[in-house]
Design a binder for this molecule. Structure first.
Ligand code: S3P
Length: 166
């Protein structure tokens, strides 16, 4: 199997970067995050890209960033929450070890609240979360080789459950 040791997917705010960094430490490998790659390459925040160019343009940038990271990185790789919307990206994940960090809608609302830095939650976060989860849950499940529920768990606990699931 080539590519990252572990790929983390799941909704924004679920703790992919916190858990990803803990997981990388425990495994003795490096951590990479496609959102960070995009911000570094574009010299703009994700929110600025959404505002300047719209979501479809962001998704095209994201798709390339994911492809590149999957080819280059051999540690823990976290993908942006919406990366799995792209069918080619999902196909690229076949054969990878993919951990889906899940949470329920109420947990999502509690964790992210009204977060202006996250353009998809700008208004009525509870309704938007419900719609997001309905549209995406099956896509996360489709690519996942393991599912780790994060509700009521600390990042350290989630990391341990993820390690046990690998
Ligand atoms: C998004 C998730 C974000 C970021 C962008 C869109 C999404 O990443 O890529 O705001 O569509 O769920 P995180 O999951 O790292 O917050």
């Amino acid at each position: 199997m080539t590519g990252p040791l572990v790929v983390l997917v799941g909704p924004m705010g679920v703790g992919k970067s916190t858990v990803g960094q803990l997981l990388a430490e425990r495994l003795g490998v490096s951590y990479r995050d496609t959102d960070d790659d995009i911000v570094a390459a574009q010299g703009r925040t994700i929110a600025e890209i959404f505002v300047d160019e719209g979501e479809p343009a962001f998704r095209a940038i994201e798709k390339q960033a994911v492809r590149q990271a999957l080819a280059e990185h051999d540690g823990v790789l976290a993908l942006g929450g919406g990366a799995i919307l792209d069918a080619d990206t999902r196909a690229l994940l076949a054969g990878q070890r993919v951990v889906y960090l899940s949470m329920d809608v109420e947990e999502a609302v509690k964790r992210t609240g009204l977060n202006a830095a996250r353009p998809l939650l700008a208004v009525n976060p509870r309704k938007q979360w419900r719609e997001l989860m309905e549209a995406r849950r099956h896509l996360y499940e489709e690519v996942a080789t393991a599912v780790v529920a994060t509700d009521g768990r600390t990042p350290e606990e989630v990391t341990q459950v993820a390690l046990d699931a690998l």
